[in-house]
Every structure is written in structure tokens, then in C-alpha cells.
Ligand binder design. Structure first.
Ligand code: ADP
Ligand code: MG
Length: 290
């Protein structure tokens, strides 16, 4: 470790090495990893001079720039680590298009108190009603509030756990999925699981039980999860842990994607919809040119 370069000056005396220290200001800021201060140094010092800041105010001004830069890069890094499949925000969610969702409930979820408490959230609904959108948007809020998040689809999760088990590396894989404060598992139920896969899923849910939150979405009602897991006993054990401290939101209605197409007149609307999804009548075939 290098020796300190300056001795504290005696009272009233100007430090002798001030000029060389100023010349080294930027390398020192870099060495201290104060990147925000370093990058904006001239602007920040100009601001301080223009507003006639005291030394304490100027120091606070510089530190605020550094804190904001560090927060931004922490956010960007956590967003990359979360592996979201797309960019979606709560601001971009049209609540008018989805009357079965109470905006107050989503606002409360966005406060992430449930994540701080290690509770779970289950989003149910047919395809296209905004489950993935809400998962990504809530995950983003969680990261903004300092929680670690990992997003995966159920198929990806099961494939990774199965591969890890075959390679004798299950403990590490379970720890990867066990660590984040919020694990988002998208699209449970599109494919039924083999018994061994269901048991791996159970191991993961048990591991996270009362440790970290799980946000899980499915197109199948909870009563059908016995079929999804191919085993009622394993399904009950999973649901028992998952639902113990949890909130279940069921989204009803038609697919947003199809609504958009309907707005543009590409398909005709049909009455009635359920968790299994509203029916869709395809447009009549275009008239043949003769
Ligand atoms: P699901 O996961 O339920 O199948 P998605 O979240 O993938 O549905 O939604 C399908 C598409 O429609 C996405 O691009 C999503 O952003 C958009 N979408 C769904 N619901 C809404 C909504 N209420 N407001 C804005 N966009 C929406
Ligand atoms: Mg989806």
C-alpha cells in the first residue's frame, strides 16, 4: 500500500503540495471509484461556483452526483441480472383495457411490501391478458427498491434443474434459483410436467419457502395444478407452501393482443371469456379476386 502523500499543514499554512494534488484529482477520483464525480467534475464545480456554495454544500453536491450515478448503474446491472424477456413498465399498463384488475391492488404490490415480507404472488389468467407484462413491471419496481430479481419461464427452470441434476450439480442450480429476493416463474401450465420435474419444482419451492418471494403466472386455475404437476400429492405440497403467505390475482377477459387487432378491425369480437380464454372468431377469408 502506498504512503500518504501529504502531511496535514500547520494552522494557517497553505498545504505545499496542493498544486500537484489538484493535478492528480481525476486519477484519485478514479482510484476511489467515484466515477460520477470524475465524469462530471468540471460541470459540478462550475455549478458550485455559480451558486456560491459553501465547501460543505459543494461536497454534498458532488456526493449526490456520485450516489445518483451509483444507483443508476446498480439498477442497470440488476436489470441485466434479472434476465427479463422484454421491457415493460406499470406506467405502460392500460388499466382501462383490463377492468378485472384493481389498479389499487397493483399500486400496493408495486410498493413491494410483500417482497420485503417474503410473501408470494400468483397471477392467473388466459393468454394475452398481461401476466408477463405485470411480472416484468413488478420485477422492475422490486429492483428499483433494491431487491434482487430473477425471471425465468417454468420450462426453462425445469430444463435447467433437470440438466443440473443429471450433471450432479443440483445443489448449485437450486442455490441460483434460491438466492434472489424475488424469483419470477412465468408460464406454468403450458406443458404438463413429468413426475421427476414436478419433484424438482417442489424442492425449489420448499427451499424458498418463507425465505424469498415467488411470483408465478399460469394459464391454469390452481385447482388444475394437479394435472400440471402430473401428481396430486406433489401439487398439494407445492400449493401448500406457495399459497401459505400469498396473494392470488385472477385476470379475466380477452387477450390484449387480440383486442388491439379487433380495434384495428382485423378480427371480430365474441361474447364470453373464462380463465381458459375467450374464443376468437377468425376474420372471414378475403373475397377471392375474380
Ligand atoms: P400474458 O403473459 O398474459 O400471455 P402478456 O403480458 O404477454 O400476456 O401481454 C401480451 C401483450 O399485450 C404484451 O405486449 C403486453 O405488454 C400487452 N398488454 C397486455 N395487457 C396490457 C395492458 N392492459 N396494457 C398495455 N399492454 C398490455
Ligand atoms: Mg405471458
Amino acid at each position: 500500500m502506498s504512503q500518504p502523500r501529504t502531511k496535514p499543514p500547520a494552522a494557517g499554512e497553505r498545504p505545499a503540495e496542493l498544486a500537484s494534488l489538484v493535478a492528480e484529482l481525476e486519477p484519485m477520483l478514479q482510484r476511489l471509484r467515484l466515477t460520477g464525480m470524475c465524469e462530471q467534475l468540471d460541470n459540478l464545480l462550475d455549478d458550485a461556483a455559480r451558486h456560491q456554495m459553501t465547501l460543505r454544500e459543494a461536497l454534498a453536491w458532488l456526493c449526490a452526483a456520485e450516489v445518483s450515478r451509483k444507483d443508476r448503474s446498480r439498477f442497470e446491472m440488476a436489470m441485466r441480472m434479472a434476465r427479463f424477456p422484454c421491457v415493460r413498465t406499470l406506467e405502460g399498463f392500460e388499466f382501462e383495457a383490463q377492468p378485472s384488475i384493481d389498479p389499487g391492488v397493483i399500486r400496493e404490490l408495486a410498493s413491494c411490501r410483500w417482497i420485503a415480507n417474503g410473501d408470494n404472488l400468483v397471477l392467473l389468467g388466459p393468454p394475452g391478458v398481461g401476466k408477463t407484462h405485470l411480472e416484468v413491471a413488478l420485477g422492475r419496481e422490486a429492483i428499483r427498491l433494491g431487491h434482487s430479481v430473477l425471471f425465468c419461464t417454468a420450462a426453462e427452470l425445469i430444463a435447467n434443474l433437470t440438466r443440473a441434476q443429471q450433471q450432479g450439480d443440483l445443489a448449485r442450480a437450486l442455490s441460483t434459483y434460491g438466492k434472489p429476493k424475488l424469483l419470477i416463474i412465468d408460464e406454468l401450465g403450458y406443458l404438463p410436467l413429468e413426475h421427476q420435474a414436478a419433484y424438482l419444482f417442489f424442492q425449489l419451492i420448499s427451499r424458498r419457502y418463507e425465505q424469498g418471494s415467488v411470483l408465478i403466472s399460469s394459464n391454469r386455475a390452481v385447482t388444475e395444478w394437479g394435472e400440471v404437476f402430473g401428481d396430486q400429492v406433489v401439487a398439494t405440497a407445492i400449493l401448500d407452501r406457495l399459497l401459505h403467505h400469498s396473494q392470488v390475482l385472477t385476470i379475466r377477459g380477452d387477450s390484449y393482443r387480440l383486442k388491439e387487432k379487433r380495434r384495428s378491425g382485423l378480427i371480430r369480437p365474441v361474447a364470453g371469456s373464462s380463465l381458459a380464454g375467450g374464443g376468437v372468431v377468425p376474420p372471414p377469408p378475403p373475397a377471392k379476386e375474380v
